[in-house]
Design a protein around this ligand. Sequence first.
Ligand code: NAD
Length: 504
Amino acid sequence: MTTAANEARIILNGLSASVGAWSDAGTMEARSPIDGSVAGRLVEVGPEAVEAAVAASVSAFQAWRRVPAPRRGELVRLLGEELRAAKGDLARLVTLEAGKIVSEGLGEVQEMIDICDFAVGLSRQLNGLTLPSERPGHHMRETWQPLGPVAIVTAFNFPVAVWAWNAALALVCGNPVIWKPSEKTPMTALGVQAVFDRAVARFGSDAPEGLAQLLIGRREVGEALAADPRIPLVSATGSTRMGRAVATTVAGRLARSLLELGGNNAMIVTPSADLDMAVRAIAFSAVGTAGQRCTTLRRLLVHEGVADALIARLKAAYETLPIGDPRAEGVLVGPLIDEAAGAAFDRALERAVEQGGTVVTGGGRVEAGGGVYVRPAIVRMPAQSEVVMTETFAPILYVLTWSDFDAAVAMQNDVPQGLSSCVFTDSVREAEAFLSAWGSDCGIANVNIGPSGAEIGGAFGGEKETGGGRESGSDSWKSYMRRQTQTVNFSRELPLAQGVRFEV
Ligand code: NAD
């Protein structure tokens, strides 16, 4: 029987990806969390490979920045077309290598397509301002210039979409990209690179060599990219621990980092909330992708008057959740990525009990063909103790109660992570307070919809320390460009700043 990992390898062969990437001497295992199978070993690079990759990227930048932006958009348009053609294969790779259920794999590739569409339009709208000058016979304008090579470091749980969020914008902005994917998902990265190469083949020779490079490697490769002074922007998606390390290195050389980090996302449920809708939103956002989304719902802050009714309904829903092989029809909860994630799930539940929590449902393993499958858990907690304040990348929902809405908002904000948040209420007053300057402090704030499932049109969540709303839509493109204020004197005078006289 074909193992899940071997199925991925067959798909890669079909995409003509990873030619030469496999070797018995390779040091990176390509595995599937579905059954723990290994497709083979991939050749990986170490930090020493960063030198040549960045040199090639710098050289690609010299050429790519001269290509008009709408023409750069044409490459991204072709990429969108190739992604549409390869959608089934790429989505299947996401399922096989990251363990997502089929609809989530397809949804992730759709996000890549959506950001391409967004970026194509953007390639004709990298607009700056014209500014009134105080000096006679002068005009001033603001121009957005390409920045340079962009490093993209990605996490295992969005193994393809996050590259696309960054690459589509970086490319139309005039920048080459270097991608360091997660060491847990190298096969999907090889698949994406093959699809990109198809777009380049159709585009023509004005796409320079080294425009989009892939470095299959580990953390040390990410560290070397973060440290390289020729890279003006490092976009890194992953844990808060990783973000802190990257931000420190990049700030140390006065360059720019774009960080999408961990989430400890909450939902506030008020007495007026539509509980039918809330139950569905909670189940989807707390157990989807087996709790391995940055936007997974981890904290349910529910009014004490509706808590028992809501928890009873959630318990019933959780106890019938279909858990197992994510390829199977009807399954909603697939595997955790690896044994370490399973151990972190077990340990967090133990800590929750030590900290006064009561497990309402879930915990423990489900035997399903060799992967790490856990039973999503709901735990009632007396307070936001240490374990509640920590992002455990697994399906654990902590439930806390409140009696005062302002206290609930304060509780929502009282964690170090600040990615996504939501409130379920039929009260305009509560909804607007949640969205106000003194409401949610997260990069994403929703009303009557769960915290997960963002659209590419809005900037994504960021992290509250970094100001929220970072990669993807809105005006995120400005992070991939440098702003230049230009002044042209078309008079025959040389007026200096107002009030300054300087005769020579
Ligand atoms: P991780 O932080 O372990 O690894 C992410 C990537 O960073 C990997 O490619 C890894 O090799 C690299 N890396 C690790 N340490 C590094 C360092 N010091 N310097 C440079 N690179 C380094 O994260 P993970 O386990 O792959 O993914 C899960 C985490 O990612 C969760 O915390 C999740 O919330 C977060 N995430 C956030 C978003 C978002 O958009 N905000 C999206 C997906 C995942």
